[in-house]
Design a protein around this ligand. Sequence first.
Ligand code: ADP
Length: 550
Amino acid sequence: MGIASATNAKHVPGKLRGRQANSKPLASDALPLPVGLTNKIFFVLFFTASYYLLRRWGEKARNSTPLHMLNLGEMLAIVAEIASFIYLIGFFGIDYVQNFINKSSDGPWELDDEHEDFGVIHSQKDIVSPRAQLTGTWLKESSDETIATYVGNGEVPSHSLESELGDCMRAASVRRRAVELTTGRSMEGLPLSGMDYSTVRGQCCEMVVGHVQIPVGVAGPLLLDGSEYTVPMATTEGCLVASTNRGCKAIYQSGGAISILTKDGMTRAPVVRFSTAKRAAELKFHVEDAENFETLAVIFNRTSRFARLQSIDCVLGGRNLHMRFRSTTGDAMGMNMISKGVQNVLEYLQHIYLDMEVVSVSGNLCADKKPTAINWIEGRGKSVVCEAVIKGEVISKVLKTSVSALVELNTVKNLTGSALSGAIGGFNAHAANIVSAIFIATGQDPAQNVESSQCLTLMEAINDGADLHVTVTMPSIEVGTIGGGTQLASQAACLNLLGVKGSHPRSPGFYRASKCTVKLQVSRCSEGIFFLPSNPSCTQMTRNTSCLLK
Ligand code: ADP
């Protein structure tokens, strides 16, 4: 932990040491003369006056002259003595106190001069300096511990480490050490090595200090639309992968599942404001006029070869107009892409509606990462229905329950219970579990699990009660196979396992949007088919009323 004195001494330039390197103002800064000269004058004055007075008082003692009988010279000497004494106390005493106060006021950024970890950096004066000098080659050549100290005391911005050092791994390591120094807490256990942080930079995460390990399991084979898939799931919830795997087995032994993509389009809804509701309504009618749509689509589509505007739905809220743009986004989830198109259209509209004020490119009618009725009803991203018929014998053999018990449980729990709870899209057992696990494994935006997990699970007994007809309806699954976290090595490996890594070689958007061969999202949707029958706790619940209440 400690750093070698020689190493650090080499990297701390002389001019950075001492008081003048301290960026904080000191009382001595206010002196009219150079501080060294002023000090000398007052030292000489103090000692000269002292010497003169002592000599005079010695003579008086010898002559039996009262000491309080002062002549002019003695009076001046006393004044000079007092003045120089005040100056010297002020200079050294106040400066000392000020340094002490400055150090204390650093709060959580305080650096303990005496701490063994700081090695050669014996005082805070040694490690503070004008920011301009803490850059470039000098910084790069400093030891990691020295840089961590500068980061810790705020002299080097933590966020600039990647660009300053030109090495993302080293930047993460230094930042991590700085965090340890400032918090006094160890980060041991959080892995640093084993990840290429250059792939994270500018895309996935800032202020990186390491990476979290989440185990990845596989469920499958999932027989879907006639093809078999192995589904990667990143989770720390025990039994989740096992129960999903059991569901895959039940589907497989029953002949597989099928998927139907009913809608595909990502949405972004800017909000603009006018001085009156009447003006806002004029824009609404303008945008909704079919004759104007073509022009707006051309302007929107210019921003990307993958973005194709599908619709703009307007909702007026007083004098605010929310416009919900829907667009294809190729193989990307599409939030960045669609936002660029929206901005282009807004700029165009501002030329026509000069009094239009853009409040926000996203006005929450989108609706991103929030549970909403609009996504549940209108859909966002992929709208998918998946279907399977699970044979009665498979239900008893693999899932250890019966068709009637599952139908009853689904009605009482997923429909009635969820209705009573006022759910929006929560008519399922735990779709969010499976969606989140696949989202994390494949580099999707985990926050979009909120709307992507909206799911209606329906179960009916068919063939005179012998078999189970199951569907899951998921109207707003937001996924991509390019962009965001999908390009990171681990996540790309999981996408590769599903056979949907990157953009489709011939028809962009195919991976993300094609009807029955969109493996990633269909796999996700299909999880919903088997999550309920495959969950041991659910089968147990049908047998056990106390569990049902739980
Ligand atoms: P998002 O829009 O989901 O936030 P990004 O903006 O990070 O995603 O990634 C999309 C980028 O990838 C765009 O710049 C787009 O031009 C590019 N791209 C390359 N191939 C494809 C593809 N097949 N589908 C979609 N985007 C693609």
